[in-house]
Design a binder for this molecule. Structure first.
Ligand SMILES: C[S@@+](CC[C@H](N)C(=O)[O-])C[C@H]1O[C@@H](n2cnc3c(N)ncnc32)[C@H](O)[C@@H]1O
Length: 291
């Protein structure tokens, strides 16, 4: 298929309008068979050891989840915020062996598409927002969130909500994309920044440096806060992989989609090389007693 279908046009229209729930609009539009997905059912960028070979992709996406899941207490209640298509919940279940696993997502179509994976993981699907978590206070031992926090309407509210739902001593582990330099220096940087905000349904308020993310966690009341910058193991290999996927699978997509994907990858490359965008692995603990 190389011409735009009616569904394609509807998707483009929805992306341009975005409406009241921009993140859900974006992921409804991406759907459950995204042509650039790194591995079936996976949407994260991966934590890579090599340069971005196709054969490493299924391991890289798992490794990212395993790395964060290992931070969580074993065997307790776990909340996964922004769980995508559910592939990560099987990995969380394997690593943490939770007594109870809840997958919270604002995109209903993803929860539906991931139903079989959630069932296999023994996870309970909940439709809801990371900044108004529909879970009782002090009821979970670990909160995990993979590559979703940059979408949340407010990281500060996500941190205070997470702190509320965690039991004393409970752990939050998440990955995030930080904007280390927000002010662009060239028209290319400005264009890359603005178009990425638009495509991902984000506004200026979603941008935060790694230091601001760390400080917001401390202000919320987390202790043992650790922030690790791993952009070199994420962006260059993921961009290389996506470029290859575009060559091998892109032919079935409308030309407009292919051009947009090519441009987006060039912009990611620019934002990363110029030190504007960084990938973070973050952890923090709810103190035994809140003062
Ligand atoms: C980049 S995707 C990552 C998906 C998945 N964690 C993965 O890595 O494959 C972002 C996810 O966050 C979810 N999301 C975005 N905003 C959210 C919010 N405010 N509350 C809950 N989930 C949200 C999206 O629906 C999507 O599933």
């Amino acid at each position: 298929m190389t011409a735009l279908t009616r569904a394609n046009v509807r998707h483009i229209g929805a992306l341009l309008r975005q409406g009241r729930n921009p993140a859900a609009t974006v992921y409804d539009s991406i759907g459950s068979n995204f042509f650039l997905e790194p591995a079936p059912g996976w949407l994260n960028l991966g934590l890579w050891e090599g340069p971005g070979d196709t054969s490493e992709a299924p391991h890289a996406v798992r490794r990212l989840v395993e790395t964060l899941a290992r931070e969580l207490p074993h065997g307790g209640a776990v909340l996964d915020v922004g769980n995508g298509l559910g592939a990560q919940d099987l990995v969380i279940a394997e690593v943490v062996r939770p007594q109870n696993l809840v997958a919270l997502n604002i995109t209903e179509s993803q929860l539906r598409a991931g139903r079989a994976r959630l069932e296999a993981a023994g996870a309970h699907a909940v439709l809801g927002d990371a900044v108004r978590i529909p879970v009782q206070g002090a009821s979970v031992d670990g909160v995990i969130s993979i590559e979703a926090a940059f979408h949340f309407p407010s990281r500060a509210r996500f941190f205070s909500e997470t702190l509320r739902v965690l039991r004393p001593g409970g752990v939050l582990a998440f990955s995030d994309v930080a904007s280390e330099r927000i002010v662009p220096r060239t028209p290319g940087e400005l264009m890359a920044g603005l178009s990425n905000l638009r495509i991902w349904g984000m506004g200026r308020d979603h941008l935060a440096t790694s230091a601001q993310i760390r400080d917001a966690m401390v202000v919320a009341g987390f202790t043992d806060v650790g922030v690790q910058k791993v952009g070199a193991r994420v962006f260059p290999p993921a961009i290389r992989l996506f470029r290859k996927q575009l060559e091998t699978r892109g032919g079935e997509q409308p030309i407009l989609y292919r051009l947009a994907a090519r441009l987006l990858l060039r912009q990611w490359d620019l934002l990363y090389r110029r030190g504007m965008m960084e990938y973070l692995l973050v952890r923090g603990r709810r103190p035994a007693s809140l003062t």
